[in-house]
Each structure stands twice: as C-alpha cells, then as structure tokens.
Design a protein around this ligand. Structure first.
Ligand code: 5GP
Ligand code: ZN
Length: 117
C-alpha cells in the first residue's frame, strides 16, 4: 500500500493535484473520474486516508453513512434519482481496485448489467 504521502487521492483531497471537484467538506471530497465509464461517474473519498474497505474501523461508521447519503444526493441532484445509479467499491486486485485510497464510484446515465463484470 502507498504511504499517505504518495497517495494520489490524498493529493486530490489536499488540492495538490487538480480534479473536477463537485463536493468538498471537512470529511469527504467528490470529484469526476478522469476516465468516466458512464455519463455520470463520480468518486467519493474520505479526506483522511483509508486504504480500502478492509481498513475501516468502527470510528468510520458515521463517515461511511454520510458517504452513501452524499452519493445518493449527487445522483439525485443530477437527475438520476428515479432512473437509477450504481455505487461501487472495489477492494483488492480481483475487484480491480487500482487506487489504494477508499473510494465510492457513483455512476449513472446508462443501464448497468447484472451480475457486475
Ligand atoms: P478503482 O479501479 O481503484 O476502483 O478506481 C480508481 C478510479 O480512479 C478509476 O476509475 C480511475 O479512472 C480513477 N482515477 C485514476 N487516476 C485519477 C486521477 O488522477 N484523477 C481522477 N479524477 N480520477 C482518477
Ligand atoms: Zn490516500
């Protein structure tokens, strides 16, 4: 795992690397994915580094609840509340996690197959 100092998403949270930020507060930042896989493809990250869902502690419970509610709000604000959206968290190599800083993908604007690929 990256040290926090090398972490791409820590740098985005700290505005050291540019991103199209759509929401920022003390605990969470949401921004557009650089390689969108759907008409809406946002990433929500905790400001404080967490490598992935396997590293969540009880102290993060409220934060993750907020992250899920933010995902729903961002999708609804963009008109996808009724048509639907998908929230994805990849964990580890088999799931394709490529950035070791916990992030929710929030995607909408096209139908998504199931089961997920
Ligand atoms: P993962 O594969 O870890 O689940 O998702 C990482 C996501 O981060 C990918 O969808 C990828 O396109 C996105 N990503 C990687 N580097 C950057 C970057 O520098 N800026 C932004 N905005 N997104 C990035
Ligand atoms: Zn980080």
């Amino acid at each position: 795992m990256n040290a926090v100092g090398d972490c791409l998403f820590c740098k985005i949270a700290a505005s050291q690397i540019p991103a199209k930020v759509v929401h920022a507060d003390e605990e969470l930042v949401a921004f557009e994915d650089i390689s969108p896989q759907a008409p809406m493809h946002l990433l929500i990250i905790p400001v404080k580094h967490v490598s992935g869902v396997g590293h969540l502690a009880e102290a993060h419970d409220a934060l993750m609840g907020r992250a899920m509610r933010l995902a729903a709000k961002l999708a609804a604000d963009r008109g996808f509340g009724e048509s639907g959206y998908r929230i994805i968290v990849n964990s580890g190599p088999d799931a394709g996690q490529s950035v070791p800083h916990l992030h929710l993908h929030v995607m909408a604007g096209r139908p998504f197959g199931w089961p997920a690929g």
